[in-house]
Design a protein around this ligand. Structure first.
Ligand SMILES: NC(=O)c1ccc[n+]([C@@H]2O[C@H](COP(=O)([O-])OP(=O)(O)OC[C@H]3O[C@@H](n4cnc5c(N)ncnc54)[C@H](OP(=O)(O)O)[C@@H]3O)[C@@H](O)[C@H]2O)c1
Length: 331
């Protein structure tokens, strides 16, 4: 099998698509012949942490394909089943936080930028039939994160308004699709007028430039929930926008993690701040049921061939995309 490999050699990141040995399937595992995969900002963070002398990495948390081999203990799947990968490792039951041992696929565990993956049978689910291979390949990590942020942690209620800063993000695009499928009012921001136009077409009710004064622009809106992932550049503006008693759900900080917060504003306005990360197997299944009922399709910015993964990662790093970046995997 071939895989997209990353090494740091002489201080430089070196990528190559090369032949590697196939991994043996253990009794609780399945081998999936991958047809498609997707990129997430996390892939850039994982690569950024790699050092000279570290083991070569196969990144990638999203993927979909067909089961090629099953371990002797696996009863719920068979060879030929079409599946989608759940990248949330060792987190089965819905809980306030992730359990000990939780990990995301595509770091320590070999990822999806490869022709095949061997993974616990607990981490595959039947691919929703309405999704194409390309759509199923970009779904997992960001859709699960958006679902838990909005539904489990955010506990979004009918008639509530949600604000989504940075609509260009793959995860935030899913949050827009989910909130609209739930019937909520949605306000989005972006630094790009073009992305705001696209968000409108997807159902965003109000769109604003990220670099404007949000309180002034949105003085007629009552914002119940903000889903934050930009961090340093927008966190305080997000806090300032919430109604008294509102909720801020946060799962990332693309622009940086360190900032000063005015604690007076936080408590006097009785704001609840909720941290979240990915989600459990329970939530992955709930999310798949929800999207299948509503036929929610991901927004795909562009599909690259697996041999063009370096260009795909550069495209992600440039933050020019709207929605997800897909990877087509061929023999
Ligand atoms: N904890 C978890 O489980 C989890 C899961 C998924 C993602 N995340 C995190 O969530 C974040 C988003 O990831 P992603 O892959 O969905 O998104 P992404 O494709 O990397 O997009 C990030 C978006 O953030 C906005 N942005 C970035 N820097 C900005 C700045 N300096 N000022 C204003 N806006 C800025 C941009 O929106 P515009 O282009 O619209 O301006 C950009 O498109 C990342 O930090 C990621 O690590 C965490």
């Amino acid at each position: 099998m071939k895989a997209f490999y990353h090494r740091v050699t002489n201080g430089k990141q070196v990528d190559s698509y090369e032949e590697i040995d196939e991994i043996k399937v253990c009794q609780d595992e399945v081998k999936v012949n991958l047809y498609s995969a997707g990129l997430n900002h996390r892939d850039l963070f994982v690569l950024g942490r790699q050092k000279e002398g570290d083991q070569p990495l196969i990144i990638g948390s999203d993927g979909a394909g067909v089961i090629e081999e099953v371990g002797s203990n696996v009863k719920n799947f068979k060879v030929g089943d079409e599946v989608i990968i759940n990248p949330s490792l060792r987190w089965k039951k819905k809980s306030d936080g992730a359990p000990e041992g939780f990990e995301i696929l595509g770091g320590n565990h070999t990822g999806t930028l490869a022709q095949k993956i061997v993974i616990s049978a607990e981490n595959v689910e039947v691919k929703p039939a309405y999704l194409s291979w390309e759509e199923a390949g970009v779904f997992s990590l960001s859709a699960l994160t958006a679902y838990r942020a909005l539904v489990t942690k955010g506990n979004i209620q009918p008639n509530e308004t949600v604000f989504l800063p940075g609509i260009g993000s793959g995860t935030i695009t899913f949050a827009l699709l989910f909130a609209k499928a739930l019937g909520n009012r949605v306000v989005v921001s972006s630094r790009s007028a073009e992305k705001l136009e696209m968000a409108k077409k997807l159902g965003a009710d109000v769109t604003i430039d990220t670099n404007t004064d949000w309180q002034e622009k949105l003085q007629d809106e009552k914002i119940d929930i903000v889903i934050e992932s930009i961090g340093q550049a927008t966190f305080n503006k997000s806090l300032g926008l919430l109604r008294n008693g509102g909720r801020l759900v946060i799962f990332g900080g693309t622009s940086g993690y360190n900032l000063n917060i005015n604690l007076f504003d936080l408590f006097i306005n009785q704001i609840t701040v909720l941290g979240t990360t990915m989600g459990s197997q329970d939530e992955f299944r709930e999310m798949l049921k929800f999207v299948s009922e509503k036929e929610v399709r991901p927004v795909i910015d562009r599909i690259f061939a697996i041999t063009e993964s370096t260009e795909a990662l550069n495209h992600l790093d440039d933050a020019k995309q709207f929605g997800k970046i897909g990877i087509k995997i061929e023999d």
